[in-house]
Design a protein around this ligand. Structure first.
Ligand SMILES: NC(=O)c1ccc[n+]([C@@H]2O[C@H](COP(=O)([O-])OP(=O)(O)OC[C@H]3O[C@@H](n4cnc5c(N)ncnc54)[C@H](O)[C@@H]3O)[C@@H](O)[C@H]2O)c1
Ligand SMILES: O=P(O)(O)OC[C@@H](O)[C@@H](O)[C@H](O)[C@H](O)CO
Length: 494
């Protein structure tokens, strides 16, 4: 079976679509930091479509791995000439795939930070895009301030340091451009954060200010950070996925990507140095992304949080298994309709009822085999940024918070690190030690988990929230997740 490389593309063309454009003529006008599953199922595919249409030769990607853990990706990228297979899986079990060619270079920053900085500083780079996860912006959960105490950030501020962080690399590249009389590139965050462009601006400007206050002002003033909403459920690739790609499409790919059919990208049009004609590939280019972001983060991503912890406690491990359970469908629909939706802004062109129902179907897609563990990863960076804003908005308007409180109580119970059968739960969270220590005290001190003000702010002081929270937590301890949910969600799915 042929391994995926430029040389084998012609022989693969009979089994699946491969790039028909001349990749050697594609220039990397975009440097992307954080080439993981999502970048490869989403942004890289949109540009791949444009390359097929012949309208983006200046806009290929140079991928960058910022962390040492990106070494495996660097090896696969090197072995496969940056090519990979993207597999779209439908609920009926059918799948289609294509080989994506829009990433034309890849650099691993820990091996050669200077090469990464020079790539971004070069005149041909006009956009730097990011999928570095919610934690990648170093924003403290409750203060919303940049965390300058992070050891890697501190190291990157030392003159002459081998740069380790996105902040260090991007800022150094901006300084070089400024010194060379080149305009700054546009920075596009594609992470799941409300106002992701504004948050990126805040973090990069805060880091630049630590280097030199006038540099921080310059970043604030001169660098464009458009906001974006991005959506496509993309699980982590498994060995079964690799075997499936080999069996179905006859190609040996070291790191294919699997995703759902749905995809959406809503983007603000602030690109002083230009951009690819993304609307020709299906991107919605709008003046204000805020309503779209809010809708997606509060319905989809907070909905994922509702499945992650309570679903695991109820014995599920895969997202679709939990999402097909009528109890969870009622929980999700009730949360979305009665708690999240009243906190949304009007969303142009979107029928929210249809959107919610489509979400339930997307979650229930059995072909994706997404894991609850992926959704539960780093809950202190996710649940806090997606679900807690819904709670705070509802408390401000005297709205409903019962289901949100149950989800937080589910997270508290989950953080004890032992499931209802006594088996260990692996807590993967940067604040793991604190979270588990607090959770393990809560049988004696029921508010111990919620009292962590760095994570929850002053929610612990509001009885309208602590009331349903404590009730659910006690029920989870006494009766378990299923019985708790049965008592919580009454209405059948309409
Ligand atoms: N997977 C999805 O379904 C999906 C959908 C929409 C948006 N997103 C966004 O994309 C992000 C990445 O998701 P993914 O599925 O590609 O994950 P992934 O684990 O496959 O890849 C994450 C990448 O980010 C890098 N990274 C992590 N922390 C970093 C840091 N502090 N500094 C620099 N780089 C860092 C990793 O090294 C890796 O390259 C998510 O956190 C989310 O914000 C994901
Ligand atoms: O990727 P994260 O860690 O930000 O969040 C986990 C999931 O909720 C997320 O990846 C969704 O699958 C995605 O946002 C769908 O577009």
């Amino acid at each position: 079976m042929p391994a995926l490389t430029t040389a084998t593309l012609p022989s693969l063309a009979g089994s699946l679509p491969v790039p028909t454009y001349d990749r050697s003529g594609v220039r990397a006008g975009i440097v992307h930091l954080g080439v993981g599953a999502f970048h490869r199922s989403h942004q890289a595919l949109y540009v791949d479509r444009l390359l097929e249409q012949g309208t983006a030769q200046e806009w290929g990607f140079c991928g960058v791995g910022v962390l040492p853990s990106d070494r495996r990706m660097a090896e696969v990228m090197a072995a496969q000439d940056c090519l990979y297979t993207l597999v779209v899986r439908h609920p009926d079990g059918s799948a289609e795939a294509r080989v994506v060619g829009s990433i034309v270079e890849y650099l691993l920053a820990p091996d050669d930070p200077e090469a990464v900085v020079e790539k971004m500083a070069s005149e041909t780079t006009r956009i730097v895009s990011l999928t570095v996860t919610e934690g990648g912006y170093n924003i403290a959960a409750t203060t919303g301030e940049f965390d300058a105490t992070d050891p890697d950030v501190v190291a990157d501020l030392r003159p002459g340091a081998a740069l380790r962080t996105s902040f260090g690399l991007v800022t150094e590249a901006l300084v070089r451009r400024r010194d060379r009389g080149l305009p700054p590139f546009t920075v596009v965050s594609c992470d799941n954060i409300q106002h992701n462009g504004d948050v990126a601006r805040g973090s990069f400007a805060a880091f630049a200010t630590l280097r030199d206050p006038s540099l921080g002002e310059w970043v604030q003033r001169e660098v464009a950070f458009p906001n974006s909403m991005v959506d496509r459920i993309t699980p982590a690739t498994t060995d079964e996925d690799r075997a499936d790609v080999a069996a179905r499409f006859g190609v040996e790919d070291g790191w294919p990507v699997v995703c759902e059919p749905f995809t959406q990208w809503v983007l603000e049009d602030r690109f002083p140095l230009g951009r690819p004609p993304l609307e020709e590939a299906g991107v919605q280019v709008v003046a204000d992304v805020d309503p779209y972001e809010r809708m997606k983060l509060r319905l989809l991503n907070a909905g994922h949080q509702a499945l992650a912890y309570l679903g695991t406690l109820a014995g599920y491990r895969l997202v679709h298994d939990a999402a097909q359970d009528p109890l969870f469908q009622r929980l999700l629909l009730g949360y979305m309709e009665e708690e999240a939706t009243p906190t949304l802004l009007p969303v142009p062109g979107i029928d929210l009822d249809a959107y919610r129902r489509q979400l339930l179907e997307r979650f229930a897609n059995p072909a994706i085999r997404d894991t609850l563990a992926r959704l539960a990863f780093d809950g202190s960076e996710r649940l806090t940024k997606w679900l807690l804003p819904v709670v705070r908005d509802n408390l401000a308007r005297d709205g409903e918070v019962r289901r949100s409180a149950a989800v937080v109580a589910g997270w508290a119970r989950y953080s004890e690190g032992v499931d209802e059968q006594g088996a260990p739960i692996e807590i993967a969270d940067r604040r793991r030690e604190r979270l588990t220590a607090n959770a393990r005290r809560q049988r004696e001190e029921p508010l111990a988990f919620l009292a962590d003000r760095e994570v929850f702010g002053d929610l612990v002081d509001d009885e309208r929230f602590t009331g349903p929270y404590l009730e659910t937590l006690a029920s989870l301890h006494e009766r378990g997740a299923r019985a708790t949910l049965e008592a919580l969600v009454g209405d059948p799915v309409r």
